[in-house]
Design a protein around this ligand. Structure first.
Ligand code: SF4
Length: 277
């Protein structure tokens, strides 16, 4: 069995930057907590916790020290609340997400109603919604365009990790329904590059392992992209989940990893697959 790796995979620039900022905050002393996990990866979260970087679920849980705002960003009122309570805030919002936040504000200033293509419960999406005062809409499929109010002028942007094909479909449905709208494709280049590399990999192998957290949006999108091309696609968090029976008769197996997956987990998957062939 031959093993192939996707050309681009694993930690993206924004996640790497957020981890570095949190580790640097640790050097300055005092408690360091991130508001929500810095990465959607349980193994990496455990490593950070062992270093002393804890996780809080709500801003009200922070009582002292430093709060790191992760790469997904947060609503402006979250920053205000933390600073009003004299907590030190490290803003590790990914620059690509900051760009989406600025665009959301510009849309509103120009009279557009914000429509985000993404997942309503994703923290990045909820943070961006906080940058506008008026109503906002979040769609995850073109069918949902019919449910938008008729009287709005949509200003459409994407959750940075959304499947670009889905984004294009939603934009096409909006173009068919509204005479006036505007669009900014804010799918980030790290997401695009990983999805393209995953699609190419999946087209060349008989089975694909997508390594990453089950709660990681970008990892789930990678698994979707691979499954469209290679039905034998498996999303796994660690090498222990590989079932050798799944690889019976497989000559070529591919590996890709989400933007929040540390390299060590990928290396363990390679090792395990080498042991099976
Ligand atoms: S996936 Fe893109 S937007 Fe999200 S943190 Fe990584 S680089 Fe930034």
């Amino acid at each position: 069995m031959d093993i192939y790796l996707a050309e681009v995979m694993g930690f993206c620039f924004g996640v790497r930057r957020a981890i570095e900022q949190a580790e640097a905050a640790l050097q300055d002393g005092g408690a360091v907590r991130s508001l929500g996990p810095l990465v959607h990866n349980p193994q990496e979260t455990a490593r950070l916790e062992a270093l002393g970087i804890g996780v809080i679920d709500r801003s009200s849980d922070a009582d002292a020290g430093t709060v790191v705002i992760r790469a997904h960003g947060a609503r402006p009122d979250t920053f205000e609340e933390l600073r009003a309570r004299h907590l030190r805030v490290v803003n590790a919002t990914c620059p690509f997400v900051q760009k989406s936040q600025r665009i959301a504000r510009e849309f509103e200033r120009e009279g557009y109603t914000l429509v985000i293509v993404g997942h309503p419960d994703h923290p990045e999406v909820q943070g961006i919604q906080g940058y506008v005062a008026g109503p906002t809409y979040v769609l995850s499929s073109p069918e949902e365009v019919d449910a938008l109010p008729a009287a709005i002028t949509p200003g459409v942007l994407a959750q940075t990790t959304v499947n670009e094909h889905t984004f294009d479909e939603v934009v096409a449905a909006i173009a068919a329904r509204y005479p006036r709208y505007t669009v900014q494709n804010t799918v980030c280049s790290a997401t695009r590059d990983r999805q393209e590399a995953a699609r190419l990999l999946a087209s060349r192998v008989d089975a694909v392992y997508v390594v990453g957290g089950r709660h990681s949006s970008n990892t789930n999108r990678l698994a979707e992209v691979c499954a469209q091309v290679c039905p034998r696609t498996f999303l796994i968090e660690t090498a222990t989940e590989i079932n050798p029976a799944d690889l019976t008769g497989i000559a070529r197996v591919g590996i890709t990893a989400g933007a929040s997956t540390p390299n060590t987990l990928v290396e363990e998957v390679v090792e395990r697959l080498r042991g099976i062939r």
